[in-house]
Design a protein around this ligand. Structure first.
Ligand code: ADP
Ligand code: MG
Length: 601
């Protein structure tokens, strides 16, 4: 059996993992990195770039580049990149294809199946779009896993915990998802979910950028869009820098402005007060919904890049009143969980079989005679919408009229009162002994599992006859011929070939640096380096690795010059340890949180 891969198809970044040698292992991409940006770009020749190279083109070629398309999965929103139009699921398929290829390179074998994680709140349309994206990438996706379940699974697998109630706090680039997950025996169940789909790391970037412009009297309405983008980018660098340091200098160097400003963690807490306040709401909501108190939580799992911010961790400590909140590989938890899930599906012996529950997004049932309006059968629900999966439910039915010899039981999915307004999934024909109405009983059992497979079993009590029907979720809305066509189309599209990828990245990187730099000398040096690199690529491929190395060093230096944050303020502790108890800053920030609390009362 070929390997199954686990994929965290993220809004900002995607990762792929696999179960290997008794543990979940992340797979590096062609740059040797685990995070592949979920960005797709098309160049003048119609060639497609996915990942890091595409991300470089985000500011230099915004019209030909798409990002954050996960937000629109399952919708018909169109992305026009150059002369080609893509659906969100097609862009996702390109990302998946890239990850599949990276996995195949790493494993040295072809991969045909994947488990993909999706947010717990994804509806059926978005889930099916994710499955279709997999199919278009040449991946069979039998199982979709909820992101918080994946994080909990990774956590249980790493810690070998006993039963636990886990709060998963997933704070990414554009969204916050909070979930309460229970791990009991070998069952992982989501108890409650909440979140804010308009709150993420980008909001911190925006707030810092506004603060920068406000403080320096820069009017954003008078700036070129490119300049605003550069300020936002600098704000993000500043924010990340504040993860390591308590204070740093935010620098913007571009043709329109050349300014710098000292920003501290404490400033961020003040500037972003509104964001902190919003962070707390979904936490209260899940605790309330699940009727669980902060003390009942065994572990808080931090997921997502924004959880790396010390101020975020500190705020959570304050909010939940506990000290044990530490970020343990927040970038990797979901992907690692997908890898564990892949291991379980492969039925590896070195892994405990954990059962993941899911929620059934629609109701399932059968039709029953309608005595008021004889011609239109009513829907009788057997499995209610939002039931945790896997689930088995039984129901008892009886003959509707005297001497009935035959029952045709139709199986439907949907919420409508009249059966025929729902989606017909299948039917079972039964012969029954002719008797007065209501005397012949039929037991019906529905079993619906996390792979979307419905098993229906009916038993006629009088004769003992049993009939079974297995219905596989066919609601993908895509014929095999359409899938084949997409596969062929994507094959033709030729995503950037591995060996050229690093080269292409260098070219895109240089062009972006050129755009950003203000200094004549710097610009002409960049052009010279780029031209030489292009020349070597065309004329002397054996020299490419060496020249690429030099060019990389040079560009990295330019990058540093452009984002200089030279002097740290004096109060930064020499060893950078922010968590010392007598740390005044920390106390001051805590006091600030307390002040807000007081104001709220
Ligand atoms: P998503 O789940 O939306 O795909 P991620 O979990 O990858 O996103 O998080 C991306 C966000 O995390 C971005 O806003 C980024 O700025 C932020 N981020 C990443 N690393 C750090 C860091 N070291 N310090 C602060 N923020 C970070
Ligand atoms: Mg995420």
């Amino acid at each position: 059996m070929s390997k199954i891969i686990g994929i965290d198809l993220g809004t900002t970044n995607s990762l792929v993992a696999v179960w290997q040698d008794g543990k979940s292992v992340l797979i590096p991409n062609s740059f040797g990195e685990y995070l592949t940006p979920s960005v797709v770009s098309v160049d003048e020749l119609g060639k497609i770039y996915v990942g890091k190279t595409a991300k470089e083109r985000l500011s230099s070629h915004p019209q030909q580049t798409a990002s954050v398309f996960k937000r629109f999965m399952g919708t018909s929103r169109k992305y026009k990149l150059g002369y080609k139009t893509f659906l969100p699921e097609e862009l996702s398929a390109l990302v998946l294809k890239k990850l599949k290829e990276d996995a195949e390179t790493y494993l040295g074998e072809t991969v045909e199946e994947a488990i993909i994680s999706v947010p717990a709140y994804f509806n059926d349309m978005a889930r099916n779009a994710t499955k279709r994206a997999g199919l278009m990438a040449g991946l069979k996706v039998e199982r979709i896993i909820n992101e918080p379940s994946a994080a909990a699974l990774a956590c249980q697998n790493l810690n070998q915990n006993e039963d636990a109630t886990i709060l998963v706090f997933d704070f990414g680039g554009g969204t916050l998802d909070v979930s309460l997950v229970e791990c009991f025996d070998n069952i992982i169940e989501i108890l409650a979910v909440s979140g804010d789909n308009q709150l993420g790391g980008q909001d911190f970037d925006d707030m810092i950028a506004s603060h920068f412009m406000r403080s320096l009297n820069i009017d954003p309405t008078e700036l070129q869009p490119e300049t605003k983008e550069i300020i936002r980018k600098s704000a993000e660098i500043c924010k990340r820098n504040l993860t390591e340091n308590k204070s740093c200098e935010m620098v913007v160097n571009c043709p329109e402005i050349s300014e710098k400003l000292e920003i501290s963690r404490k400033d961020v807490v003040k500037i972003c007060a509104e964001l902190f306040e919003r962070m707390g709401k979904p936490i209260s909501k899940v605790l309330m919904d699940a009727k669980v108190s902060s003390n009942d939580i065994t572990q808080v799992v931090l997921v997502g890049g924004s959880c790396k911010m010390p101020v975020v961790q500190q705020y959570l400590k304050h909010l939940l009143g506990r000290d044990d909140i530490v970020a343990l590989e927040p970038d990797y938890m979901i992907a690692l969980g997908c890898g564990v899930s892949a291991g379980i599906k492969e039925r590896n012996e070195d892994i405990k079989d954990m059962l993941l529950t899911d929620i059934c997004p629609f109701s399932l049932g059968t039709d029953v005679a309608n005595h008021q309006k004889g011609d239109r059968a009513l829907m009788s629900f057997i499995i209610e919408r939002n039931s945790p999966l896997p689930i088995t439910r039984e129901s008892l039915y009886q003959t509707a009229y005297d001497n009935q010899k035959h029952i045709c039981m139709k199986i439907y999915q949907g919420e409508a009162m009249y059966a025929d307004e729902n989606i017909l999934l299948g039917e079972i024909d039964l012969d029954v002994p002719p008797k007065p109405a209501g005397e012949v009983k039929v037991f019906v059992r529905f079993t619906y599992d996390i792979n979307g497979i419905l098993e229906v079993e009916v038993k006629v009590s009088a004769t003992g006859e049993i009939k079974r029907l297995v219905i596989v979720n066919k609601e993908l809305g895509m014929e095999q011929s359409q899938i084949d066509e997409k596969l062929r189309e994507f094959e033709r599209l030729k995503v950037n070939p591995e060996e050229n990828e690093e080269n292409r990245y260098i070219l895109e990187w240089g062009q972006r640096l050129f755009m950003q730099s203000t200094n004549e000398q710097m610009r002409s040096d960049i052009v010279k380096k780029l031209q030489y690199f292009e020349y070597v690529m065309a004329q002397d491929i054996y020299q490419v690795p060496k020249v690429r190395k030099y060019t990389t060093v040079f560009f990295a230096y330019i990058e540093k010059m452009l984002n200089r944050y030279v002097s740290f303020s004096d109060d930064v502790l020499a060893d950078g340890s922010w968590y010392q108890e007598d740390d005044e800053d920390e106390r001051e920030i805590d006091n600030l949180f307390h002040e807000w609390d007081e104001k709220d009362k």
